[in-house]
Design a binder for this molecule. Structure first.
Ligand SMILES: [Zn+2]
Length: 423
């Protein structure tokens, strides 16, 4: 059998594995069916980042993704950039999606308008299930959508929650809003901690399986150990003015303290702690803030917690892999990675499979708002996994049966273990 045939044979078997998607941002179906959408709006999920990186002004990119306008003039705006961005994994996810779900075979205004017509016909209750279950064979997706909290369709999703509003509070106005939203007076650091703890345990009681920390977009992942006295002094300073609050730099020790408290609460409730590590969507950011090795003190301290490191820490994938090798309670997760760079992810996965136990690698997380794109992303992810496994079989490292067992870990068993899901 040549390597292409072997890859195809493995791919066919992989497609039968029910997938646990470690990461979704999908908005509610009720919201979706209540409005028109189109195939160009979908590129606001990531493709737009490459569009801007290629030189498209952001305001033009915003016009391209606006579904209130006609397709033809928007395609005219996109067309000059298309040859520059179509090589990327983001673009490939999108073209695969519109081709397979809506029959769009070429990039032209007419073909995109026709595909949009099909998309709108499909925009009915039940569409999410059709895509996620019937087309993608996804058993369940971990949903990270702060707008809905724990309120989601439990046939398709299990919720993850955030505690950002507690960790990042640094102005009087924010504290007052928190007080109002949590229906309790917050006048001391203890009050803030109690409010955060009750937010987390209530979410757990409502079925949340994870606490997501997305702070790497805004600050370093170095969470120092801070005394209560220092944190309290900073908290009290928030009230020392009429509202100017603490600067972001001043607030760091308070944030560090609150992160430890929230992490402890999640751990006590048996919830997994997810960290965004690596690449930040949208660019214009500090990549060095996101290095997962900055979290090492947390892994050394909290042995009873389960940690999931998202996005392969890209480009710190080697570091991410080493952390999963060092610590039994740390998982290395390829969420988003297959569309950041498919080729990069094949290299990472090949490395990780020689480096880390298979039950510590999570093979797929869609990381998308538009349900349809999960199809295109998973298509790429399965192809990637099949190709890496076929290489291992060809080298004689695994038998085909052993390779398929690895795939079962990547797409199902590892995320089930990381999130303590019984499926
Ligand atoms: Zn995400």
């Amino acid at each position: 059998m040549n390597s292409k045939e072997l890859t195809m044979e493995i791919l066919t078997e992989i497609e039968k594995i029910e997938v646990i998607d470690s990461h979704a941002h999908i908005y509610p179906e009720s919201e979706r069916v209540a409005r028109d959408t189109d195939v160009l709006e979908m590129i606001d999920n990531y493709v737009i980042g490459d569009l801007c990186a290629a030189g498209c002004p952001p305001q033009v990119a915003q016009k391209i993704v606006n579904p209130k306008e006609e397709i033809a003039p928007r395609w005219e705006l996109l067309a000059p950039y298309w040859p520059k961005i179509r090589n990327g994994s983001y673009a490939r996810m999108w073209t695969r999606t519109v081709k397979d779900l809506f029959g769009c075979e070429e990039m032209s205004a007419a073909a995109l308008a026709e595909a949009t017509e099909k998309m709108r016909q499909a925009n009915k209750p039940g569409w999410y299930k059709q895509v996620l279950k019937d087309r993608c064979n996804i058993a369940i997706s971990v949903l990270d959508n702060s707008d809905v909290g724990t309120d989601c369709d439990r046939e398709l999703f299990v919720p993850a929650i955030r505690a950002t509003q507690f960790i990042e509070a640094r102005t009087k106005q924010q504290i007052e809003e928190l007080s109002a939203n949590t229906d309790r007076g917050i006048h001391s650091l203890d009050d803030l901690v109690n409010a955060a703890q009750s937010h987390i345990s209530q979410a757990h009681a409502e079925g949340a399986v994870a606490l997501k920390v997305g702070q790497a977009y805004r600050r370093t992942l170095q969470y120092d150990k801070v005394t209560g006295a220092e944190a309290e002094r900073l908290f009290n300073r928030i009230f020392a003015h009429l509202g100017e609050g603490l600067s972001w730099a001043e607030a760091k020790p308070l944030q560090d303290y609150m992160l430890h408290k929230c992490l402890q609460a999640a751990m006590e409730n048996g919830m997994t702690i997810i960290f965004h590590t690596g690449l930040q969507a949208g660019g214009n950011n500090l990549i060095t803030n996101t290095n997962p090795t900055l979290l090492t003190n947390l892994f050394l301290e909290y042995k009873q917690a389960r940690f999931d490191l998202f996005h392969a820490g890209y480009p710190y994938a080697r570091e991410c892999g080493v952390l999963a090798k060092y610590f039994p309670n740390v998982w290395a997760d390829l969420a988003w990675a297959h569309i950041i760079s498919a080729a990069g992810t094949r290299q990472i996965l090949a490395d990780w499979l020689d480096l880390i136990p298979a039950n510590k690698i999570i093979g797929f997380g869609g990381d998308l708002r538009h349900v349809e794109l999960v199809y295109g992303h998973l298509y790429e992810a399965r192809r990637n996994i099949a190709q890496v496994l076929a290489d291992r079989v060809a080298r004689g490292d695994d038998t085909e049966k052993e390779a398929l067992r690895v795939a079962q870990f990547l797409l199902h068993d590892s995320p089930a273990e990381a999130f303590n899901l019984s499926l």
